[in-house]
Ligand binder design. Structure first.
Ligand code: ADP
Ligand code: ASP
Ligand code: MG
Length: 475
């Protein structure tokens, strides 16, 4: 649909009845001008609560489970009461109770089994979004004067069967999305779809990974050929650094798809890393906007900047990472082949290599993975290199968990002489040791690996040295 606007509201924008009313106002304003489709996250902290409840269940802790279930009920019942007219409450309350009952049934199964199968986790954790979508749709419909309907993303987004971090199958999704959303949109009904979840071709529930509602929204925008995607969150847009870390971080009025993707992949939580991929080809513009401050324009994510002047534009970091180092014991061992086999083994685990650095002289190499993917990654590499390790052809694999990753990003960094040197000097001035350096072939990003305890200091030093706030405000 050529004029369609897809809008996604994150957890904080869904955090309470009051926040849902603000979201509904935003939806009403947009709906007055053009057709809209909505994607919602669960109410803030609900996904964590659901996951925690399932951990209690697996551990046999009935009372912990019950406490969490009481919190789950109360958050949604309170929101329902504050949001909806009395006449509508019983119907919606009953719908919420069915969903909470569904969650309880799965959690009870886990309690009995003493196990938490990942497929059941995916089915259960999406209930957070199914609850919030019911509330928003009911409010729009009953109070805001906008016909709306909750839609379960599992009925729309078709994915592969990698539970917990599924990948969408766009062709199949397009067919399903058009069938599910087309009639609603043509009838002037606003679909309120759950973010975060999907299902396999044979109907098994999946999720797209933590923070995946951004990705749901971009998938939907892509398959419905939307004209724009607006992502509503709790900051004024994509900033030069995480404002929780750098007090004077400034909003970037425009960033490119490539810059935004680099920031997201390197830890900027404001966007799910995979959000932009479905949109790039169709050049669908994305805006990152603040539902707590609707008057400011936010950040526009575009194919190209109007002027690419300037150097490093933003810095981001990741704390929960580990560095794995592998080194052949002698130079007679073909290092490239060892590297290839290690990477092959890694690819099979779906663990993501965040940075990679190698030394041709010692034939050694090191790479960074997320801490929660470390044990699967190590196991796979140790299996793949078991003979070489057993015979001492490859030195024992070294793991350093006490590290953090920094990424300095900017289209304008290409060919700026001396920039890398200035960044390294600024970090060293703070007495933070740089353990590894990698520069992407695109020259868009410089990655540094530093000791974990120097991570925040280094981010602030780089932000200051590159004058990122000033640069953002000048544009
Ligand atoms: P939502 O629930 O709306 O999806 P998230 O919490 O996932 O919101 O993402 C928004 C948060 O991302 C902000 O509150 C901010 O602390 C964090 N963040 C990290 N890096 C950046 C950045 N470069 N620009 C803006 N926000 C950032
Ligand atoms: N509710 C999910 C999460 O917290 C998805 C999202 O909010 O994007 O990870
Ligand atoms: Mg998010």
């Amino acid at each position: 649909m050529s004029d369609l606007l897809v809008m996604k509201f994150g957890g904080t924008s869904m955090g309470s009845a009051e926040r849902m009313k603000v979201a509904a106002q935003i939806i009403a304003d947009a709906r007055a001008k053009r057709p809209v489709a909505i994607v919602v996250s669960a109410m803030s902290k609900i996904t964590d609560l659901l996951l925690d409840t399932m951990r209690h269940a697996e551990g046999g802790d009935r009372s912990g489970m019950d406490q969490n279930l009481a919190t789950l009920r109360k958050r949604h019942e309170d929101a329902c009461r504050e949001l909806l007219p009395e006449a509508v409450q019983p119907v919606i309350q009953a719908k919420l109770e069915i969903l909470i009952g569904e969650f309880e049934r799965i959690a009870n199964g886990m309690l009995m089994l003493g196990d938490r199968p990942i497929r059941s986790v995916d089915e259960a954790v999406a209930i957070g979004e199914r609850l919030s979508s019911q509330l928003v749709a009911a409010y729009l419909d009953s109070t805001a004067g906008i016909r709306a309907q909750a839609v379960n993303g599992a009925e729309v987004i078709v994915t592969d069967a990698v539970f917990g971090s599924a990948t969408p199958l766009l062709d199949q999704t397009r067919v399903k999305a058009q069938a599910a959303m087309g009639p609603l949109l043509s009838a002037g009904i606003v679909p309120v779809m759950t973010g975060f979840n999907g299902s396999t071709q044979d109907g098994r529930p999946t999720t797209l990974g933590r923070g995946g509602s951004d990705f749901s929204a971009s998938i939907l925008a892509s398959v419905l050929d939307a004209s724009e995607l607006w992502i509503w969150t709790d900051v004024d847009g994509i900033m030069t650094a995480d404002p929780r870390l750098v007090k004077d971080a400034a909003v970037l009025s425009e960033v490119t798809y490539a810059e935004a993707a680099e920031l997201a992949y390197n830890g900027a939580k404001v966007l799910h890393p995979r959000t932009l991929a479905p949109l790039v080809e169709k050049k669908i513009p994305v805006y990152s906007k603040n539902s707590f401050n609707t008057g400011v324009p936010g950040t526009k994510i575009v194919p190209e900047l109007r002027s690419s002047a300037g150097g490093a534009r933003a810095v981001t970091s990741m704390a929960n990472v580990a560095m794995v180092s592998i080194e052949p014991a002698t130079s007679t061992i073909p290092g490239t082949r060892i590297m290839a086999r290690a990477l092959d083994a890694l690819a099979l685990t779906n663990a993501e290599v965040l940075t990679f650095s190698s030394s041709s002289y010692r034939q050694s190499f090191c790479f960074l993975v997320r801490r929660d993917e470390l044990s699967a990654a190590l196991q796979a590499i140790e299996e793949a290199l078991s003979l070489e390790l057993a015979h001492g052809y490859v030195k024992p694999i070294e793991v350093e968990e006490n590290v953090g990753l920094i990424a300095v990003v900017g289209e304008g960094m290409r060919g700026v002489p001396g920039l890398a040197g200035r960044i390294f000097t600024a970090v060293s001035r703070e007495q933070v040791n740089i353990i590894a350096i990698a520069q992407g072939s695109s020259e868009l990003t410089i990655n540094l690996v530093v000791r974990r305890d120097g991570l925040e200091k280094a981010v602030r030093a780089i932000h200051q040295e590159c004058g990122m706030s000033e640069l953002a405000q000048r544009r």
